[in-house]
Design a protein around this ligand. Structure first.
Ligand code: PLP
Length: 383
């Protein structure tokens, strides 16, 4: 049995998305920028997709710019926003953002602009007083992710947006993990810019979007063409954009249906693990979390060993740690929450999707506990 519980890394393409994309990879292969109708007719499909993405976000279609995914959307928002007003070149962001935000922040800092990196609380939420301490008159942009990719912890973005606006700064959120899992509305939440990526919600890889509220003029990140009204150069990825549109349409439908009960399956998985694996701890257990994500610390058990044994049994999960040059470095998200490095290296992330079944969760609950027990018995770190 193959059980894929790594949906925060990427998801399978929904069959409806695949069917909608196929004609654009075969007979409708034109370039939508062409003069002839074989190409230019494709603009209608691109605009239809834009409407669907806008509907998912509560935005207007003209506020959606298609990009190559979350990384490009984040880079465009951050690197662009700090150039709008020379009196406000500063950025304030969060310690546990995705590298697409953190490395853009590093780049902004290297240009001599003020950058503040807010701390998180022990439950993985944004520390609001830390955020406030970094916001100044020079702040042009505050960027706080809507939900964290490792823990699933949901951030108080409305409050953060309010703080940004009080200081005359713009507010951006990386909603790559949140979109399709929790309801969101850019107008109700007073968000100025928001990033999404299709492959995180059953769309294709290599396509995403950036919402930019009407009236905000940020410079383009990609140069060399007139596409997207000059905001994003490059031949349209028509199939990808159509796929993103259908994924957005399906996301609205499945959100209303609570994604086929993903939240209930996650609860079943979490309570099963806590019952059958003594000492297991859920990171950010007390915070509001996405209904598909749980990162569990199995103290005394190296996550890499557990992942390998689970993989042999057909179960795909991930750990927060990055393995570089053979050394496991602990997850910066977990250490930012005050979890020590030894414990952080025992974390496994389980991320479900609307395709996850009860049978799969039961299989994990059968296979996982003996693996954890076995590894703990032989571990030098077991407490
Ligand atoms: N932001 C977050 C929170 C993510 O989890 C990811 C992907 O893991 C990204 C951005 C990058 O998205 P993409 O893979 O589309 O570039």
């Amino acid at each position: 049995m193959k059980v894929y519980l790594d949906n925060n890394a990427t998801t399978r393409i929904a069959p409806e998305v695949f069917d909608a994309m196929l004609p654009f990879l075969t007979e409708r292969f034109g370039n939508s920028s062409s003069f002839h109708s074989f190409g230019s007719d494709l603009m209608e499909d691109i605009e239809a997709a834009r409407e669907k993405v806008a509907a998912l976000l509560g935005a207007h279609a003209e506020e959606i710019v298609f990009t190559s995914g979350g990384t490009e959307s984040d880079n465009t928002a951050l690197l662009g926003a700090v150039t709008i007003n020379p009196l406000k070149p500063g950025l304030v962001t969060l310690k546990i953002e995705h590298p697409a935000v953190l490395e853009a922040a590093e780049c902004i800092k290297s240009k001599g602009h003020p950058v503040g990196i807010s701390e998180v609380n022990s439950d993985g939420t944004l520390n609001m007083s830390s955020l406030e301490s970094f916001i100044s008159e020079q702040t042009g942009l505050v960027s706080i992710m809507m939900a964290n990719n490792e823990t699933g912890v949901i951030m108080p973005v409305e409050e953060a947006a309010r703080k940004a606006h009080e200081a005359g700064a713009l507010f951006h959120t990386d909603a790559v993990q949140a979109v399709s899992k929790i309801p969101l509305d850019v107008r109700l939440m007073d968000i100025d810019m928001l990033s999404i990526s299709a492959h995180k919600f059953h769309g294709p890889k290599g396509v995403g979007a950036l919402f930019i509220r009407k009236g905000i003029e940020i410079p383009p990140f990609m140069l060399g063409g007139h596409q997207e009204k000059g905001m994003r150069a490059g031949t349209y990825n028509t199939a990808g954009i159509v796929g993103l549109g259908v994924a957005a349409e399906l996301a609205i439908k499945h959100l209303l249906e609570k994604n086929g009960g993903t939240g209930l399956l996650l609860e079943r998985l979490e309570s099963g693990i806590l019952e059958k694996c003594p000492g297991a701890v859920i990171a950010g257990a007390d915070a509001d979390r996405l209904p598909n994500t749980a990162t569990v610390l199995f103290r005394g058990v190296e996550s890499e060993a557990a992942m390998t044994l689970l993989d042999i049994e057909g179960i795909c999960v991930s750990s927060g740690s990055a393995c570089s040059t053979g050394e496991e470095s602990p997850s910066y998200v977990l250490t930012a929450m005050g979890i020590d490095t030894v414990d952080a290296n025992t974390a496994l992330r389980f991320s479900l999707s609307r395709y996850t079944t009860g049978r799969e969760i039961d299989y994990v609950l059968e296979v996982l506990p003996p693996i954890i027990e076995k590894l703990r018995d032989i571990s030098p770190y077991a407490k």
